[in-house]
Design a binder for this molecule. Structure first.
Ligand SMILES: [Zn+2]
Length: 167
């Protein structure tokens, strides 16, 4: 069976075959290009941002949509997840991560992205200054966050899982 989600060559569109790659096992192979085609997908971090001062969770609105979501962003090639989480937090909110803990991952099919969820703590909101990518933001208690975060979203599933484990 081909690696899930990839049936055609991303370079030429030919139907991929299966071929043994020494050291890797069965790998998608493009007979037209004569090359192995490892599945391509994006990686992103999403963050449950918590103020150490208040215990509240930061939710934001983005892209003109009227729904609260978690702070998130794409990981650059060669960048560690921890670095990406701290960088995205800084870029979007101006705040410095004081502590960071990995929670879980979930593959998000619509954008072909592996979402990696972290809890990220900040000291307080003194540095908070959102950039142009953030339309609105608000701090919520975890229970309020659960009520206000976008329904049926991956962000909500991450939040619920985190609340179940830590509260
Ligand atoms: Zn090809």
């Amino acid at each position: 069976m081909l690696v899930q989600g990839q049936t055609h060559c991303p370079a030429c569109g030919a139907l991929l075959e299966e071929k043994e790659l020494p050291g890797e096992g069965i790998t998608p192979w493009c007979p037209a290009c004569g090359q192995y085609r490892f599945p391509a997908y994006s990686v992103a971090v999403s963050m449950i941002v918590i103020s150490e001062a208040t215990g509240k969770v930061l939710l934001i609105k983005q892209y003109g949509r009227d729904a609260y979501i978690l702070v998130a962003g794409y990981v650059s090639r060669g960048e560690e997840l921890e670095h990406a989480a701290a960088r995205e937090l800084r870029e979007e909110t101006g705040m410095t991560a004081t502590r960071l803990r990995f929670n879980r991952t979930s593959f998000f099919e619509p954008s072909n992205t592996l979402m990696c969820n972290f809890t990220v703590w900040v000291k307080d909101d003194a540095e908070l200054h959102t950039n142009g990518e953030v339309d609105a933001f608000a701090w919520f208690t975890p229970e309020e966050a659960r009520e206000n975060i976008k329904p049926n979203s991956l962000a909500r599933r991450f939040l619920l899982a985190w609340m179940e484990e830590t509260l």
